[in-house]
Design a protein around this ligand. Structure first.
Ligand SMILES: *Cc1c(COP(=O)(O)O)cnc(C)c1O
Length: 494
């Protein structure tokens, strides 16, 4: 299986190399040259998460040693996850919630980041890469913690995470700043997520700086969802869900279902699109956005316009105006028109806007929810179904209601539930009570735990007693210097 750049089809590399590189030299993202097919969907109903993971991932990563891939899957999806099934499907009749937050950091990022270190290690060995890997990651909250947790103390790898000072929740901030592990560094950037993501992207395009790092024996890589090693493991849970519904007798073989995906960087929902192209019976992929609704507009009009102010919402992991992975979808939808993609991405950077005429995007629907609608959804679902949703999931629920109302589509629908409600206590409390009291986050968490009968994860409860280990702040112009400082300081410590 070859991977090619969305901006230059002739740039063709293996899966393991694509995982090491993260992003193509021409600025494009790697995509599979051919999307593989999965047959005998019905057999999924007898398979557990790990077996499905192997079935899917081995199709894409055929240059890997498959025995080792299997071992990696075993190690990644172990009792770090609080559910034996790895994710759980909560059944409310025609509506389901697929909970992807039972991993070590309580957000869906664990689904892929628990295995990425193994994939990266294996890729380095396969390519005889003897440099030390330096992972640079910009985070809107959840990627950062999940990457730190999963890469902590992995030999031969260092990781630096940049988060926007004002763009993540208090719990997310605490989770990152208390991270242990000698190879981990956390920096808050004065700016928003797009600033952080662009700052990090610039480093990946800075040949001179990359050369400087090479001379110090470092090889840059990325844990963001631009890395194909993040996307492939995310395809697994779409197949798992279908198998589970089949096994439980909730759907018939071949019956089409919908997925609603709370979307930021378009990684999760793109994995859903790949699943559909691989043969999974999916009707619509419903793209749910918050007030940063550039994708809603794009899906409905073909115009992508990022020329607005980023709104800071209660779903910070979706506070994004430049959804990187959309580039991959455009590549596939355009039939592999790399020149067109390059042109659009230049326009986006230069003008902040592009328009695609004759956009055929019928696999998708796009809706968004404002803060008030998110609050209403949290309250409604708690009162009617006794179920607490985090604000990201609540955005998806709001989109689901809008879709149902508009389409009258009776098909079974799965809402992807991306974070534990206990990561975002304040918004939930204010939604339920209709008032904001001046209480600390941990008191609110305890209270929510009591009223909901949902279990508060230990590692959220004990955050308040942990030491803050990372205090560095920087301006986005200083990213390079910060990296130099860390690497230098670290050598002196050795
Ligand atoms: C990252 C994240 C999202 C958005 O996922 P994308 O793959 O970036 O679209 C949604 N919800 C939560 C909780 C997240 O952490």
């Amino acid at each position: 299986m070859d991977f090619i750049s969305t901006r230059d089809k002739s740039n063709l590399i293996s899966g393991s190399k694509a995982i090491i590189e993260g992003i193509a030299e021409d600025g494009g993202l790697f995509v599979p040259r051919i999307i593989p097919k999965i047959d005998k969907i019905e057999s999924l109903k007898n398979m557990d998460y790990k077996e499905i993971a192997y079935k899917i991932m081995s199709k894409f990563l055929d240059d890997f040693n498959l025995e080792i891939l299997k071992e990696s899957i075993d190690k990644a999806y172990d009792d770090k996850f609080s559910k034996k099934e790895i994710c759980s499907l909560v059944d409310f009749g025609e509506l389901y919630f697929l909970e992807l937050f039972h991993g070590p950091t309580f957000a869906f990022k664990d689904m892929a980041l628990s295995i990425l270190p193994y994939l990266l290690k294996q890729s380095m060995e396969a390519n005889e890469e003897d440099k030390e890997i330096l992972i640079l990651t910009a985070t809107s909250g959840d990627t950062g913690k999940a990457a730190l947790e999963n890469f902590a103390n992995v030999e031969g790898i260092k990781i630096i995470v940049f988060f926007p000072e004002d763009g993540v929740s208090e719990i997310q901030k605490l989770q990152m700043r208390t991270q242990e592990g000698d190879n981990t560094f956390v920096v808050s950037i004065n700016g928003n997520f797009d600033d952080a993501q662009n700052g990090v992207k610039e480093i990946f395009n800075d040949k001179e700086f990359i050369e400087e790092l090479n001379e110090e024996n470092y090889k840059l890589s990325s844990a963001n969802s631009i890395n194909i090693g993040r996307l492939i493991p995310q395809i697994v849970y779409y197949f798992y869900t279908y198998g589970k519904l089949l096994g439980d007798g909730k759907i018939k073989d071949g019956e089409k279902i919908n997925f609603v995906v709370p979307t930021g960087n378009f990684g999760n929902i793109l994995a859903g699109y790949y699943s559909k192209k691989m043969g999974l019976p999916i009707n619509k992929l419903i793209c749910a956005s918050n007030d940063n609704n550039v994708l809603t507009k794009f899906i409905n009009t073909g115009i992508y316009d990022r020329r607005k102010k980023l709104a800071l919402t209660s779903s910070p992991s979706m506070d994004i105006l430049i959804s990187s992975n959309l580039e991959r979808l455009l590549y596939h939808l355009s039939g592999g028109n790399d020149l067109l993609i390059k042109d659009l991405m230049i326009k986006l950077e230069r003008d902040g806007v592009y328009e695609l005429e004759n956009l055929d995007i019928k696999d998708f629907k796009g809706y968004y929810a404002n803060e008030e609608e998110v609050s209403e959804s949290i309250k409604k679902v708690f009162e009617e179904k006794d179920y607490l949703m985090d604000p990201h999931t609540a955005v998806a629920y709001s989109a689901y209601e809008k879709y149902r109302k508009e389409s009258k589509d009776p098909r079974k629908t799965v809402i992807i539930s991306t974070a534990s409600p206990f990561k975002f206590p304040s918004k939930i409390e204010s939604s339920l009570e209709n008032k904001i009291e001046d209480k600390n986050e941990f008191e609110i968490i305890n209270k929510l735990g009591k009223i909901s009968k949902q279990e508060i994860p230990e590692n959220i409860k004990n955050l308040k007693d942990k030491d803050i280990l990372h205090k560095t702040k920087c301006e986005k112009e200083d990213i390079k210097d910060i990296i130099r400082d860390f690497l230098l300081k670290d050598e002196k410590n050795d």
